[in-house]
Write a protein that binds this ligand. Structure first.
Ligand code: NAG
Ligand code: NAG
Ligand code: NAG
Ligand code: NAG
Length: 182
């Protein structure tokens, strides 16, 4: 028909689309974090918790003591799970040689996507070896939201990120972070 109408249609279409994007991509809310050492001779968690200061200020902190330093060989396995009935694998499942990654971050974009969320809140931002306690200090929901809201296009729901830490090929620790997208 007329140009006006089709312009209007496009506008409405864009509004609907952007509304939809807002709906699927808005807020991250931490719900839990669980840490488990699988080899207490090698490493253990000094603390690992999620703290709710108030409704809007929530953060995760954890500290790992390493007992056999220096650690020169680390890899991490990351899995993203979404809850349907029980948590089911969802999208990402990657194993990264952490020492190689820390040296050549640009060559591992998917790993960087996740690493950049915690980078500024941890003392992990250096190349191997690791000869000190590992700390993630007050990673806030706000910070995660800032990262995610730029790029996120996942559907709403309950999710879990499961991280396995291997040293010298042996699984030493598991961290599970639970969150909701709404
Ligand atoms: C939540 O706590 C933070 C840190 O103490 C404070 O800055 C913020 O104003 C509080 N927000 C509300 C809504 O009470
Ligand atoms: C990742 O792959 C392993 C083995 O291939 C499988 O057991 C696991 O469920 C997968 N996890 C995710 C999140 O896809
Ligand atoms: C640490 O982070 C800074 C800034 O984000 C980055 O430029 C630097 O390359 C990182 N260092 C290492 C060793 O990864
Ligand atoms: C790390 O250790 C595992 C198991 O011993 C080995 O297969 C792997 O090649 C090592 N990685 C590096 C970069 O040396």
């Amino acid at each position: 028909m007329c140009v006006m109408c089709s312009t209007l249609n496009v506008l409405v279409y864009l509004l609907v689309i952007s509304h939809f994007v807002v709906e699927i991509a808005c807020r991250v809310e931490f719900t839990n974090v669980k840490c488990n050492s699988l080899d207490k001779e090698f490493s253990d968690f000094e603390y690992c918790y999620l703290k709710s200061v108030n409704r809007t200020y929530k953060y995760a902190s954890l500290k790992v003591n390493l007992f056999q330093v220096p650690v020169t060989n680390v890899s991490t396995k990351l899995g993203l799970y979404k809850r349907f009935s029980g948590y089911k694998p969802f999208l990402y499942n990657l194993t990264v040689d952490a020492c190689k990654y820390l040296k050549h971050q640009k060559s591992f974009p998917v790993a960087s996507y996740f690493y950049e969320i915690i980078k500024d809140y941890s003392n992990l931002n250096h190349s191997c070896p690791f000869d000190h306690d590992l700390i993630l200090d007050k990673l806030t929901t706000e910070q995660v939201n800032n990262r995610f809201s730029k790029t996120l296009t996942f559907p709403e729901g309950d999710y879990m990120v499961e991280l396995h830490f291997l040293a010298y090929g042996i699984n030493r620790a598991v961290v599970k972070a639970y969150f909701t997208l709404s």
